[in-house]
Design a protein around this ligand. Structure first.
Ligand code: NAD
Length: 463
């Protein structure tokens, strides 16, 4: 099948490459000329394990091409995927659909007869209807279909998720689109469920899935707080509940709150849709507020670990990206955590194996280093924020010899607490009573967040 993918970011590049891997003829389009020029020279715009090798292989086989020329790319395509960004509109919370609508407007005059335009971007209910109107306006006598095909891949495990998904969801409004999308996926996926729905339900499925997972993370984070107070172990608790198949073990790792390019913006957009239709989604609302509060609360945990005052102290942060195996810094908990520590007077040094370039655009006055030991040198506390393998495997003895004060705050429970203690660190973890709890002087237990009249959370800055 001939496929065009519009938007060559985390989703578009992975999807296009995987479709090519399945034997389809794929052309990926992007407005960003620098990105396309890099890809043509074999330089990937994102970090995703094993993607470079797969891109190169499919390029060499002539199944995968890159271009800025949208008209040429869509002219012969039987399926055109829209995989452009749908970021949160600042201060509003709803999804900014301007990139989706612009892509639809720009491709409309050049689409092949009978083409299926499949929206892979995460978009609110009824966006497919709007895309259909935009295209119909430009080609009133042309035949085409608009389908919804939300993407569920996770950064860091994107290739595996795409090639072997739990399910594929496709929303269609006509038989031709259904037949084309079935032909595209069925042969490659074998027994994997292909869930066909109407277009609107498919659009909502993506938001419902992300809101549910965000809620699961927030649930275990709140129980982690209780574990710390009542001297229980949240890791054991998560296993104890997660092995119940009705619950499941994934997304039950207590930590500094969810971040990334999807959960924060998608929960907000879902809430905004519900508000527009006069529906109360109280659980989603509380999840958003609790998660925002948690990021700041984690900074207070670090401050407690050093004795209640971080003014003038040097804090070494290990890991900046929102999770390991990606260079994505969008909504990473490291940013609000570092900013809060800085507001309280800390000097921050930070290490990340691949995220430094993106981090440099978001962080100010932070010394960024590509070596974890150099980062920890002469620090007053080491904070583990992303569970990269290089951090999990860190030599704790060497780390101990480099720091000024042996305080370790592990916000991902990534290190073996016994080993860190044995190396001479005072260790704070998430969801277990910490050595510091007795002598620390908590600044405040209550995070400074409030709900605005619109129901969206707003941070009330303390200092
Ligand atoms: P991204 O920002 O990495 O990539 C989007 C790309 O689209 C950019 O390269 C941009 O230059 C390009 N673009 C924008 N307008 C264009 C146009 N008119 N023509 C051509 N190219 C254009 O975004 P992403 O992370 O890949 O996310 C894309 C969508 O997929 C979003 O809706 C997101 O919510 C959803 N999604 C993302 C993930 C993820 O893990 N990143 C997972 C599932 C779904």
């Amino acid at each position: 099948m001939k496929i065009a993918v519009v938007g060559t970011g985390y989703v578009g590049l992975v999807s296009g490459t995987c479709f090519a891997e399945w034997g389809h003829e794929v052309i990926c389009v992007d407005k960003n000329a620098e990105k396309i020029a890099g890809l043509l020279k074999g330089r990937l715009p994102i970090y995703e394990p094993d993607l470079d090798e797969m891109v190169a292989r499919n390029q060499a086989a002539g199944r995968l091409a890159f271009t800025c020329d949208l008209a040429a790319a869509v002219a012969n395509a039987q399926v055109v995927f829209i995989a452009v960004g749908t970021p949160s509109r600042p201060g509003q919370g709803d999804a900014d659909l301007s990139f989706v609508y612009m892509a639809a407007r720009e491709m409309a005059p050049f689409l092949a007869e009978g083409a299926v335009v499949a929206v892979k971007s995460t978009v609110p209910v009824s966006t497919g209807d709007a895309v259909e109107k935009i295209i119909a306006h430009a080609r009133p006598y042309g035949s085409f279909s608009v389908a919804s095909n939300p993407e569920f891949l996770r950064e860091g495990a994107a290739i595996g998720d795409f090639l072997k998904p739990d399910r594929v969801v496709v929303g269609v409004e006509d038989g031709r689109a259904r037949a084309v999308m079935a032909a595209l996926y069925q042969e490659a996926l074998g027994e994997t469920p292909l869930v066909f729905t109407d277009r609107r339900t498919s659009e909502l499925i993506k938001y419902a899935a992300n809101a549910f997972l965000a809620t699961k993370i927030t649930f275990i984070n709140e129980l982690a707080d209780l574990c710390e107070k009542v001297d229980c172990n949240v890791g054991e608790l998560a296993l104890g509940i997660g092995l119940d198949r009705r619950i499941g073990t994934s997304f039950l790792n207590a930590g500094p709150g969810y971040g990334g390019s999807c959960f924060p913006k998608d929960t907000l957009a879902l809430l905004r849709t519900a508000q527009d239709y006069g529906v109360v989604l109280r659980i989603v609302e509380e999840t958003i507020v609790a998660n925002e509060a948690r990021k700041r609360k984690m900074a207070l945990k670090v401050i407690e670990a050093v004795g209640g005052d971080v003014e003038g102290l040097t804090i070494a942060v290990l890991g900046l990206t929102f999770k390991p195996d990606t260079d994505d810094m969008r909504e990473a908990p490291s940013v609000p955590l570092i900013e809060t520590l800085q507001r309280y007077g800390a000097v921050v040094r930070a290490y990340d194996p691949v995220g430094l370039q993106n981090a440099a655009r978001l962080l100010e006055d932070v010394t960024l280093l590509d070596d974890p030991y150099e980062c920890a040198r002469n620090s007053d506390a080491v904070v583990v924020l992303t569970e990269w393998d290089s951090i999990r495997r860190i030599d704790l003895g060497r780390l101990r010899r480099l720091v000024r004060t042996p305080v370790l705050v592990d916000l991902r429970n990534a290190l073996e607490p016994g080993a860190a203690s044995a190396a001479g660190f005072h260790v704070s973890v998430v969801g277990q009573r910490s050595e510091h709890a007795e002598w620390a002087n908590p600044t405040t237990d209550e995070p400074d967040f409030e709900k605005t009249a619109s129901g969206l959370p707003r941070m009330v800055r303390g200092k």
